[in-house]
Design a protein around this ligand. Structure first.
Ligand code: SAM
Length: 285
């Protein structure tokens, strides 16, 4: 069965009485070149277990199944289970888990399904939960070596922007703390059915063995990052003192100690500078 062929898809949908849900981000890939490329670029081989989020009709799942040792796909929409039963019926190494990726106990799921296998995440993510899903894997330090995911093109730029560059925001700094991000390739809106209003890009986050910079307190570091990027147009002195509720003089002293000009904007700061700043503030406590 050719899952990127529109008439095949429509026939399967009709047989199972499936209706698309816009609120679940259901835009399915119909470009035959994209899924094989994603499956290849996520580095899956027979020794790897792949966790997919949102298999939809199973178009990417089938490509992953052909390369990986094992594939577990978490799908929220119960209405897709009979569809997946038909489209993935012959894939012996695939298991579908019905549930919400933001609510499942992922640590337990990964342990139960993959044991000691190397694990990668590969997914065409529902756009409404892109950052929460990625941050969940990174912040909870779930045992995955990489995440290869399709996201909105603008989100891809933000997620992969190195701190110190124009597109950088709080989420870019957070991603760079845990992983090495890169944009792999762009995917136009015409590659999806139904067609979304935005273009997409596939990114890959290679999870680091340890944080990219040394911080005295992760809680303090991320509070600083949120405050610094919370008011992008303010200087770092103003955004951090108001965001963290600190006296300007105190913040100024720390900035001077770590050699950051107080009129700098957050997006000009590199990750080591953000870490030095956070560590300086931590020492005030
Ligand atoms: N992988 C398919 C493809 O590439 O054609 C479908 C991708 S579609 C963009 C997103 C999928 O995620 C849909 O199947 C949707 O039902 C599912 N989904 C949405 N929210 C979810 C959640 N919280 N947990 C798990 N799956 C979810």
């Amino acid at each position: 069965m050719e899952l990127t062929d529109l008439s095949t898809i429509q026939a399967v949908l009709k047989r199972h009485g499936f209706r698309f849900s816009k609120s679940l981000g259901q835009n399915f890939l119909i470009d035959p070149a994209v899924c094989p490329r994603m499956a290849r670029e996520c580095g899956a081989d027979e020794t790897t277990g792949v966790l997919e989020v949102g298999p939809g009709f199973g178009v990417l799942t089938r490509e992953l199944s052909a390369r990986a040792g094992r594939v577990v796909a978490v799908e929220l929409d119960k209405g897709l289970l009979p569809v997946l039963g038909e489209t993935l019926g012959s894939c012996r190494n695939v298991e579908i888990v019905q549930g919400d990726v933001l609510k499942l106990d992922l640590a337990e799921l990964l342990k139960e399904k993959f044991g000691t296998m190397k694990i990668s995440v590969c997914a065409n993510l529902p756009y409404y939960i892109t950052s929460p899903v990625l941050m969940r894997f990174l912040e909870e330090r779930l045992p995955v070596s990489s995440l290869t995911v399709m996201v909105q093109k603008e989100a891809a730029r933000r997620l992969c922007a190195p701190p110190g560059s124009r597109d950088c925001g709080a989420v870019s700094a957070a991603v760079s703390y845990y992983a090495k991000p890169q944009i792999l390739f762009e995917v136009p809106r015409t590659s999806f059915y139904p067609r979304p209003n935005v273009d997409s890009a596939v990114i890959r986050l290679d999870v680091l063995d340890g944080p990219a910079v040394r911080v005295l307190s992760e809680k303090g570091f991320f509070a600083l990052v949120r405050a610094a990027f919370g008011k992008r147009r303010k200087t770092i002195l103003n955004s951090v003192s108001s965001g963290l509720g600190l006296e300007k003089e105190q913040v100024l002293r720390v900035l001077q100690d770590v050699g950051i000009p107080p009129a700098t904007r957050a997006e000009r700061l590199t990750l080591p500078q953000l870490a030095d700043f956070a560590n300086g503030l931590e020492e005030l406590k």
